[in-house]
Design a protein around this ligand. Structure first.
Ligand code: SF4
Length: 462
């Protein structure tokens, strides 16, 4: 599949649209409602960058926004209701603010959603997809200047790569950097390959240039993003292990994280690079999904229970301080009690640092949707409850081991619940709240852990 690299001329013409809008912009505000994954959050930072280049500033809420973007997610069943419900609520303030409502993200790539918008959502002014975010300035210009009624531009292609757009990041000390997009795996329950297209990797020179720039601005931590980071493949002879070791050499960046790797593509060269690095996080996200080889086959995951456990053993042998987190789907079609017991067995064996648990929900257009033996909701919830009890117990034991230790943490900002408290993260990704001066934000400090509260630790500045 040919990767469509968006031309520099095309990007330049989008900057021309940004400047045209800026020239007459009376300082309006924008609000982006982001749903879903880290990739969506990173795309929203690009949308913010373009809007700020057009002279808009960030609004605290919908209420005082002129431009509103819904950056949608297709993974969760209730995501659709949530978005359309929220759009409906804007009816009253739309006219008051002369608001322009934009619909973007993965749901825009779903035909049934586009038909729904055309038929029943006149409130929505602009629709664009995951493949042409770079075109947003032109689409906004068509609405604001050419006064087009509804601007709908969704590309039904395998995917694009574009470079050089402005990005407005939430934090200066931590940054998410997209290294690749799309997925070729077609796990039978997943909609991502249909809405994010085929795998395509950015050139390493572009990624390294971006991260060197971030380091100069004081960034300490980078999170490398992709649906399948370990199948990163920009050109022959250069892969994810090469990229990790090149980023490891960048001065100023002290913490390197990545998500999401696929167990079937976790190669020895990546394990070796991590084992030699002082910067690459020891917290490795290894999505299991199910512990049953039968279900893994039905999911089209490309590995067995034994192969998964063998991979974890291999990683632990080379990286003794490795910690694992994972994703698990409960109640996949055809899952028997024995299959579920296999999942619990893997969880006990892996002693995960954290488990992200999901109850299987049908996604329209996926192969699993048509599979027989869908599990009744009450059975799914009962199994989910058992898994949660097991994981919560293991999490509590895991958190207890931090009490009394001194941890190096990166201070991320003020605690959401208490402005006098700072929130930070350990190198093992644990949240630590402690009292300290605001000028520590963005810095790495040492904190003594005094107590644990299941999802966060309490500390005292050393
Ligand atoms: S690897 Fe599977 S679960 Fe992950 S994005 Fe691709 S299809 Fe979806």
């Amino acid at each position: 599949m040919a990767v469509t690299k968006v031309s520099d001329e095309e990007i330049k013409s989008q900057y021309d649209y940004m400047n045209k809008i800026r020239s007459f912009n009376q300082g309006g505000k924008y609000f982006i409602f982001t749903l879903g994954c880290k990739l969506n959050e990173a795309d929203s930072e690009t949308m913010s960058g373009m809007l700020e280049t057009m002279g808009f500033s960030k609004a605290e809420s919908f209420d005082d926004a002129k431009i509103v973007i819904f950056n949608t997610c297709s993974i969760r069943e209730n995501a659709e209701e949530k978005v359309f419900g929220k759009i409906g609520e804007l009816k009253n303030i739309k006219d008051k603010n002369d608001m322009i409502i934009c619909f973007a993200g993965c749901m825009s790539q779903e035909e049934h959603v586009i038909q729904k918008i055309k038929k029943s959502y006149s409130l929505i002014d602009i629709v664009f997809g995951t493949h042409n975010i770079y075109k947003f300035p032109e689409l906004l210009y068509k609405k604001m200047v050419e006064k087009q009624n509804k601007v709908l531009d969704v590309l039904d292609i395998d995917g694009t790569i574009y470079e050089g757009l402005p990005v407005k990041r939430e934090s200066t000390s931590q940054a998410s950097v997209i290294i690749m997009n799309g997925c070729n795996n077609f796990c039978s329950y997943c909609i991502v390959p249909y809405v994010r297209g085929r795998e395509r990797s950015r050139q390493p020179e572009e990624i390294i240039k971006e991260i060197e720039g971030l380091a100069k601005e004081g960034c300490k931590e980078v999170l490398l993003l992709g649906q399948n980071v370990n199948s990163y493949n920009p050109r022959d002879g250069y892969n994810f292990a090469n990229l990790l070791s090149d980023i490891d050499k960048i001065d100023g960046i002290n913490i390197i994280k990545f998500t999401s790797p696929h167990p079937k593509d976790f190669k020895d060269d990546v394990i070796s690079v991590i084992s030699k690095s002082k910067k690459i996080s020891r917290v490795i996200h290894l999505p299991l999904q199910s512990g049953s080889t039968n279900i893994l086959k039905a999911m089209n995951r490309g590995y067995t229970k034994e192969q998964y456990l063998e991979l974890a053993r291999k990683i632990k042998a080379k990286i003794p301080d490795a910690l694992f987190t994972t994703d698990i789907i409960v109640g996949f079609p055809g899952e028997t009690e024995e299959d579920f017991e296999e999942t619990l067995d893997v969880v006990r064996k892996m002693n995960y640092e954290q488990v992200f648990m999901f109850i299987y929900s049908v996604r329209h257009g996926t192969r699993a949707e048509k599979m027989p033996n869908h599990i009744p909701e009450d059975v799914k919830s009962e199994r989910f409850g058992r898994l949660k009890t097991l994981c919560d117990g293991m999490t509590e034991i895991g958190m207890n081991k931090y009490v009394g230790t001194v941890q190096k943490v990166l201070v991320e900002g003020e605690s959401k619940t208490n402005k006098d408290v700072l929130t930070a993260r350990t190198t093992s990704n644990k949240i630590v709240n402690f009292e300290g001066p605001k000028d520590l934000i963005g810095k790495e400090v040492e904190v003594k852990i005094v107590s644990q509260h299941v999802w966060f630790l309490k500390g005292e500045l050393v």
